[in-house]
Ligand binder design. Structure first.
Ligand SMILES: Cc1ccnc(S(N)(=O)=O)n1
Ligand SMILES: [Zn+2]
Length: 262
């Protein structure tokens, strides 16, 4: 699908430090969410996420993370409500994680790091026809962020974990069907923070309405260890473990983070 990130990065590229110059650059992501500085907005509506597991297509290693991609040629997987004025279409989800359980997330809450963070990437299908158009526009994308904590095994995640050994190397891809991304959302999706920011990997465009869930999900230590068994490198290269694939935090630049809860 058009949404797969075309930006395959070599592991030598200190990408997560980000290129030196970024377009505009005053609304970059990720950020620290300083809870006492967030502003409750009673106008924020409940989020409505509707996903069809049958539209799941493939899972692949793009040399930066692994992506589960959905057919985004119809409005089968939609996100609306919350801070969003338009209807958005899911194109893919992926994760960021650390080499240890002490760090790995991109966003932080009062400087607290989580071992990993899930991103569900959606584009504005009311205004654009392709992800690649929307990615350049101010109101083009909506990304749901969910923090992962290490604890009990996540039953729904196991099907995905079992597919990872088949995509160990960069640019490997396997067919992946019938996966419900909704099973990765926390029970309560109505408590979230939202702010305007950017993609955290190239093209780093400032086109994202971020919706960060207050409630985390739990995965087991062993499930996260399989994420770390992936490689940044292709089969011919010297192996480098795919870990610490997160970007450093960016300046808030006067932005307000709104909360949907008090
Ligand atoms: C699709 C895409 C590309 C780049 N970066 C992101 S992210 N990490 O901001 O969700 N998503
Ligand atoms: Zn991401």
């Amino acid at each position: 699908t058009a949404c797969s990130s075309k930006y395959v990065l070599s592991q030598m590229h200190p990408m997560w430090q980000g290129p030196l110059v970024v377009p505009g650059g005053d609304r970059q992501s990720p950020i620290d969410i300083a809870v006492r500085k967030t502003v409750f907005d009673s106008e924020l509506k409940p989020l409505v996420a509707t996903y069809d597991p049958q539209t799941c297509q493939q899972i692949w290693n793009n040399g930066y993370s692994f992506l589960v991609e959905y057919d985004d040629t119809t409005d089968k997987n939609t996100l609306k409500g919350g801070p969003l004025q338009d209807k958005f279409r899911l194109c893919q989800f992926h994760f960021h994680w650390g080499e240890s359980n002490d760090w790995g997330s991109e966003h932080t809450v009062d400087r607290r790091l989580f071992p990993a963070e899930l991103h569900l990437v959606h584009w504005n299908s009311d205004r654009y026809t392709l992800f690649e158009e929307a990615v350049m526009e101010e109101n083009g994308l909506a990304v749901i962020g969910v923090f992962l904590k290490v604890g009990k095994r996540h039953e729904g995640l196991q099907k995905l974990v079992d597919a990872l050994p088949a995509i160990r190397h960069k640019d490997s891809i396997v067919e992946f069907n019938r996966f419900d991304p909704g099973c990765l959302l926390p029970a309560n999706i109505n408590d979230y923070w939202t702010y305007h920011g950017s993609l955290t990997t190239p093209p780093l465009t400032e086109s994202v309405s971020w919706i960060i869930m207050k409630q985390h999900i739990e995965v087991s230590h062993d499930q996260l260890a399989v994420f770390r068994s992936l490689l940044f490198t292709s089969a011919e290269e010297v192996q480098k473990s795919m870990v610490n694939n997160f970007r450093v935090q960016q300046p808030i630049r006067g932005r307000t983070v709104r909360s949907s809860f008090t």
